[in-house]
Design a protein around this ligand. Structure first.
Ligand code: ADP
Ligand code: MG
Length: 206
């Protein structure tokens, strides 16, 4: 029963009006809807990047309303991965620097470079570790962003139109990779998408 509005007073616009849904561990779910219908808002609330006005959110055994901010931050940093349409890579860092960035905010990051290279290897980009994101194609950038999201070995991956900026061939690679990490590693995926081929691989379309 999650609610969320934006704006103040008479400009107040309800965006989520009592959303209820359950996603099981290991599911691959597509979240589909018109532009402006609140998909990103919902995903950001599930990921703890934004706060709901009302309702209850439970993610990976954490009841958000009863979880301290620093515990929520740890959950975001270690157990939840995010992939955005716009990649959100930092160009003053190398690809490896981008992938290992989460370790800068967590304790015990000594093995971060090795784990970062491993994550880049998983997306087939180990040769690009020391390059800057601006030197990469769109599909490669998104794969670096996926490596960053997988760096902390998350149980839940939240993807907001991850193929929205990609052509159909590179989009296809990314979609296949999502399917693989869901099957091989049991990662739960929630993918906001407009694309039929993404919803086709989903076990459920919401
Ligand atoms: P979707 O991802 O489905 O396209 P969004 O969740 O981004 O939709 O947005 C839902 C609605 O909330 C839209 O009408 C949008 O204009 C509005 N909205 C989103 N973020 C904000 C914000 N930070 N401030 C005000 N309105 C917002
Ligand atoms: Mg959106």
């Amino acid at each position: 029963d999650v609610t969320k509005s934006y704006g103040q007073g008479s400009a107040r616009t309800p965006v989520l009006r009592g959303v209820s849904l359950d996603i099981a561990p290991g599911e691959l779910v597509a979240l589909v809807g018109q532009s402006g219908s609140g998909k990103s808002t919902l995903l950001n609330i599930v990921g703890g990047l934004d706060k709901a006005d009302g309702g209850e959110i439970k993610v990976l055994d954490h009841d958000y309303g009863k979880t301290a901010e620093r515990d929520l931050a740890r959950l975001r940093n270690t157990s939840i991965g995010f992939v955005f349409q716009a990649f959100n890579l930092l160009d003053h860092l190398t690809c490896l620097g981008n992938v290992t960035l989460p370790a800068a905010f967590a304790a015990g990051g000594k093995d971060a470079p090795a784990r970062g290279r491993e994550a880049l290897d998983r997306v087939g980009l180990s040769a690009y570790a020391d390059r800057r994101p601006s030197e990469l194609s769109g599909g490669q950038k998104q794969r670096v962003a996926i490596a960053r999201a997988l760096f902390g070995r998350p149980k839940l991956l939240l993807c907001d139109e991850p193929t929205g900026n990609l052509d159909s061939a590179t989009g296809h690679e990314v979609i296949e990779f999502f399917q693989k990490i869901n099957k091989d590693d049991g990662v739960t995926l929630v993918i906001v998408t407009h694309e039929r081929r993404v919803s086709n691989i989903a076990q459920r379309v919401i």
